[in-house]
Design a protein around this ligand. Structure first.
Ligand code: SAM
Length: 338
């Protein structure tokens, strides 16, 4: 099938547009990621491929788990201070959200912005097309003064497309500690990428998880109901379906470990046995030794000092910040440094 090379608009109405950015090709496709990641030592897979429709649903379930303090803590911070987070412009800024998912917590920001400015344009960006479109439809139904331009695509492709399209003040929103999925160098580069499309009037609202005790961190990524395990293993189901592979899910075990030296929780899929997996569409056979892992996700945890250093190195400066009473999570509003 031919790849699309320019954005397509799959839905258009007075208040809702859904834009599909071109299919990932080259470096961004699942095929390239699987070939590169499973042929390297140690084996890795990028976490953005967790989020097919099933993966996004599982992530929504994770957000409600008792162990996953991240969502409810960030939500409580937003509930308390959303009006301050969206303040500062004479008329409505455009709210651009990276990795918006179900936009559940973002509703607090949307409501606060509508109270302040009476109307709002919201641009959610997500690789997971189904959840993006479903939440965009429910948002326009819920908020009569909201216009939504939903962009299905990767962060980088969407940011590049925005640079030429948005000439109004913008509030970038990046919640859920998704920045933590980047290594330190990649986080710095990504923040620079955001900074490169910001004007002095624009702001970045960033939600980040803070370093805390090991047991809380590991439980958050290895819950008793095994929803996170299902989320991690769903990556193999996706590769089976999309690349015609024969991973046996029961032959892999979900593992989450906090690496204090790296300040991050790592998720792995560990082979329970010596085995060989075939990925027919890539003409590839991959050998696994018992105990060998595929590293599927990093979730970096920050100190306030590390965050300040990251901001500085990306050409950004802190304007305000909010935390919960227990100091578990931090939301900060950054601007271009002068
Ligand atoms: C950890 S979830 C956070 C969702 C939501 N923002 C929240 O705070 O609950 C990450 C979201 O980012 C999306 N995502 C992950 N990597 C992405 C990428 N490279 N480009 C665009 N979206 C991505 C996923 O589909 C998912 O919806």
């Amino acid at each position: 099938m031919a790849r699309t090379t320019s954005p397509t608009i799959s839905h258009r109405s007075a208040r809702l547009q859904v834009v599909q950015l071109p299919d990932p090709s080259g470096d961004e496709s699942l095929a390239v990621a699987v070939r590169d990641g499973l042929c390297s030592t140690p084996k890795t897979l990028p976490c953005r491929f967790f989020y097919d429709a099933a993966g996004s649903n599982l992530f929504e379930q994770i957000c409600d788990l008792p162990e996953y303090y991240i969502t409810r803590t960030e939500d409580a911070i937003l509930a308390e201070s959303a009006h301050e987070m969206v303040a500062g412009w004479v008329s409505d800024p455009i709210m651009v959200e990276l990795g918006s998912g179900s936009s559940t917590k973002t509703r607090r920001l949307i409501r606060a912005a509508l109270n302040a400015y009476a109307r709002l344009r919201y641009v959610p960006i997500d690789v997971s097309r189904t959840i993006l479109e479903t939440s965009a439809r429910s948002l326009v139904a819920e908020f009569p003064n909201l216009r939504v331009r939903a962009i299905a695509g990767t962060y980088s492709a969407a940011l590049a497309s925005l640079a030429i399209n948005l000439d109004r003040p913008k509030l970038f929103v990046f919640l859920g500690s998704s920045l933590g999925n980047f290594t330190t160098d990649a986080a710095r580069s990504f923040l620079r990428e955001i900074a490169s499309v910001m004007q002095p009037v624009d702001r970045l609202l960033l939600g980040t998880d803070l370093i805390k005790e090991r047991s809380l961190l590991e439980d958050a990524y290895d819950d008793r109901q095994r929803v996170t395990a299902a989320f991690n293993l769903n990556l193999l189901t996706r590769i089976n379906r999309e690349l015609n592979a024969n991973f046996h899910l029961e032959a892999f075990e979900h593992r989450a470990i906090y690496r204090e030296d790296q300040g991050r929780v790592e998720m792995h899929l560990v082979s329970r046995v010596d085995q060989c997996v075939s990925i027919a569409d890539l003409g590839l056979s991959v050998e696994f030794r018992a105990g060998e892992s595929i590293h599927t996700e990093n979730s970096h945890k920050y100190t306030v000092e590390r965050l300040a250093e990251l901001a500085r190195s990306a050409g950004l400066a802190e304007e305000s910040a909010w935390t919960d009473p227990d100091g578990l999570f931090r939301v900060q509003r950054w601007m271009l440094s002068r």
